[in-house]
Design a protein around this ligand. Structure first.
Ligand code: SF4
Ligand code: SF4
Length: 343
């Protein structure tokens, strides 16, 4: 499979990598089958996270004895020194290795988060120490906010960024260009919009046509998906007329209905974390993580059920999403799931 240099890390990663979210609904045997298929297809990059429940440990078990064939990235939502130090140790143990190629700050949502990470006793200090001790190779950051990533690039010290990109989420294109100019690697999460795009291979092909990006990491939960997605990294990338027609169809279908998690709609008059409702709904409806999604949704103090349809958020959404209606849909989907549990 073709490779690209992951910015200043110097790592040569395949254009298509493995996104570790879906492992949460697989078992260890299935994980092994899928990762073996990834290796067979020529893939060399895995991205997982401390927060993806069993993902790190199943991956660790699956790649035991094959460590040198993989470039491993993981991430943690810890923001302070002690928390991050502990998380690096857990990741190393879960992944059954003494070295993680790339460790990222996961889901940095606000400037306050970034300040905390970079403060005197912040998580950055723990990753710098881990790097000096040879436990990790490089430091990266993941976010859904262009503003936060832009500020992170201003402050420096990050060797990679990770951001969503697909035909309906193009809001990161300027930041990718800036990152490329700074020799910072660009990792693409959600290249098939978390499963919302049915024509996954075309969507991956589309994002890889951007010369500023390095690697797309679709979540994959079957050998068949691995084969189809990895083929994109081997075949010519030029988009055909048919591909462009499909991209247009994808945009038409999802543009006015897909939340980009930018959070410009905040604050909700009732205190609902608006994008989070759609994220957990995605886990329920598309990632087959029903139990986890329901648990997460149920634990929220305020959620889509509490929406009073005031419409304030809709005036702030740059994508004109019908948020009130979407809140009704989220509530209905979770109520339907609740009904299935009673049967
Ligand atoms: S419409 Fe619903 S989600 Fe939007 S601000 Fe009002 S209560 Fe919050
Ligand atoms: S609802 Fe609109 S403004 Fe809010 S996070 Fe989603 S895309 Fe952004």
């Amino acid at each position: 499979m073709r490779k690209r240099r992951l910015g200043q890390t110097g790592l040569e990663v395949t254009e298509v990598g493995f996104g570790g979210i879906p492992i949460q609904h697989l078992d260890a045997v299935q994980t092994k089958e899928i990762l073996d298929a990834c290796l067979e297809s020529g893939m060399n990059f895995i991205d997982t996270a401390r927060g993806y429940t069993v993902s790190e440990s199943f991956i660790g078990e699956a790649i035991e004895g094959q460590r040198d064939q993989w470039i491993i990235a993981t991430k943690s939502t810890s923001r302070d020194y002690e928390g991050m130090k502990a998380d690096v140790a857990i990741s190393l143990s879960n992944l059954r290795t003494d070295y993680i190629d790339l460790y990222q700050f996961h889901f940095v949502k606000t400037m306050e988060d970034l300040d905390k990470i970079l403060s005197e006793n912040g998580a950055y200090k723990a990753l710098l120490e881990a790097k000096a001790e040879g436990k990790i190779g490089h430091i990266g950051i993941t976010s859904h906010s262009v503003d936060v990533l832009s500020e992170a690039l201003d402050r420096g010290g990050f060797e990679t960024i990770q951001f969503p990109y697909n035909p309906v989420e193009s809001q990161g294109e300027a930041i990718f260009e800036r990152a490329k100019g700074l020799d910072i690697g660009v990792i693409l999460m959600k290249p098939i919009a978390g499963g919302a795009i049915r024509q996954g291979e075309i969507s991956i092909k589309y994002v890889l046509n951007n010369p500023n990006v390095t690697v797309a990491i679709p979540g994959m939960d079957s050998v068949d998906q691995v084969r189809k997605n990895s083929a994109v990294g081997k075949e010519p990338l030029a988009l055909t007329k048919e591909d462009l027609d499909i991209i247009r169809e994808i945009k038409d279908e999802l543009d006015g209905a897909f939340c980009r998690r930018c959070n410009y709609c905040a604050p909700c008059s009732q205190g609902i974390d608006i994008p989070l409702q759609f994220v957990v709904e995605g886990y329920l409806m598309r990632y087959h993580l029903e139990e986890w999604a329901y648990g997460r949704y149920s634990s929220l103090a305020v959620k889509s059920d509490n929406c009073i349809q005031c419409g304030v958020c809709e005036t702030r959404c740059p994508y004109d999403l019908p948020i009130g209606e979407m809140m009704k849909r989220v509530s209905k989907n979770f109520k339907n799931y609740e009904e299935t549990l009673k049967k």
